[in-house]
Ligand binder design. Structure first.
Ligand SMILES: NC(=O)c1ccc[n+]([C@@H]2O[C@H](COP(=O)([O-])OP(=O)(O)OC[C@H]3O[C@@H](n4cnc5c(N)ncnc54)[C@H](OP(=O)(O)O)[C@@H]3O)[C@@H](O)[C@H]2O)c1
Length: 259
């Protein structure tokens, strides 16, 4: 048999799984055979579907502890277990660090750092009691690995998740593996807001060594792999999906440099 990613019989929660990056992740996990529960503040018009199955939705604001608990309870009542948690919900509007209010900074940290930690803690409780343990994934960003001008608190939160990935992988082993998937630019329903029309998106994509920005399914493929037995020895690590990264800015200004 060919080497395959098989998540049949596995139960996954994808926070913010109804649109954008989360939708691509949900679809790939469904395609690999998992049952998928998604949560968000609003029910998406169309639920993610793939592999002949459809994700279930339960409403939740992941910044609220009791709502995290409700998603976990819903999943356990419906499917009896939690094998995979993908902490995907997140994001931040742009704001200058010098003038953004303390309240703004706190709210960004709450969504992008505290909520994933609280959800991970809840999922770990269930996973430690399962014979096959579980896998916790954090969807992070290159913003947590390089300067993040305009989104300082967001970058700090993502860097915090990289630290948590290493620490939780040690504390919760051997039952639970913990992995971050750090994305560069991804094409979502919001891309036009950041990069303009298709021409703008293509121009931005041309700055990436692989010649395009990522599709949500690219992140989904990495998550399906990281969640599977094919990644049984992967933990405490950050998978970097940035298409080759960013060309150092100084090269454009420097003279006598080759490409
Ligand atoms: N797009 C990119 O270029 C990019 C790059 C690197 C990393 N990422 C990361 O990928 C993840 C998803 O980003 P995205 O671009 O797909 O964002 P998006 O299009 O804005 O989608 C965010 C999802 O999260 C949900 N969500 C937001 N706040 C929530 C809350 N308080 N409680 C529960 N659900 C909530 C949203 O649903 P509701 O609004 O219904 O709650 C939505 O389903 C984020 O962690 C982001 O940092 C994205």
């Amino acid at each position: 048999m060919a080497l395959a990613i098989d998540l049949a019989g596995r139960v996954a929660i994808v926070t913010g799984g109804g649109r954008g990056v989360g939708r691509g992740i949900s679809e790939r996990l469904l395609e690999a055979g998992a049952d998928v529960v998604i949560c968000g503040r609003n029910e998406p018009e169309r639920l993610p579907e793939a592999g002949g199955r459809r994700a279930c939705f339960t409403p939740a604001d992941v910044r609220e502890l009791d709502q995290i608990e409700a998603v976990a309870d819903f999943t356990e009542q419906r499917f009896g277990r939690i094998d995979v948690l993908v902490n995907n919900a997140g994001g931040a509007p742009a704001a200058e660090a010098a003038t953004a209010s303390p309240r703004f900074h706190e709210s960004i940290l709450r969504l992008n750092l505290m909520a994933p930690l609280h959800f991970a803690q809840r999922a770990n409780r269930t996973m430690q009691g399962q014979a096959s343990g579980g896998v916790i994934l954090f969807i992070t960003s290159v913003s947590g690995m390089r300067p993040s001008p305009g989104t300082a608190a967001y970058g700090a939160a993502k860097a915090g998740l990289h630290s948590l990935t290493q620490t939780l992988a040690v504390e919760w082993a051997p039952k639970v593996r913990v992995v971050s998937v750090a994305a560069g630019m991804v094409r979502t329903e919001q891309s036009a807001l950041h990069y303009g029309d298709e021409e703008g998106i293509a121009a931005v994509g041309a700055t990436v060594p692989l010649g395009r920005i990522a599709e949500p399914e690219d992140i989904g493929d990495a998550c399906a792999f990281a969640a599977s037995e094919r990644a049984a020895y992967l933990s405490g690590a950050v998978l970097l999906l940035h298409g080759g990264g960013e060309r150092p800015a100084f090269l454009a200004a420097a003279r006598n440099t080759k490409p």
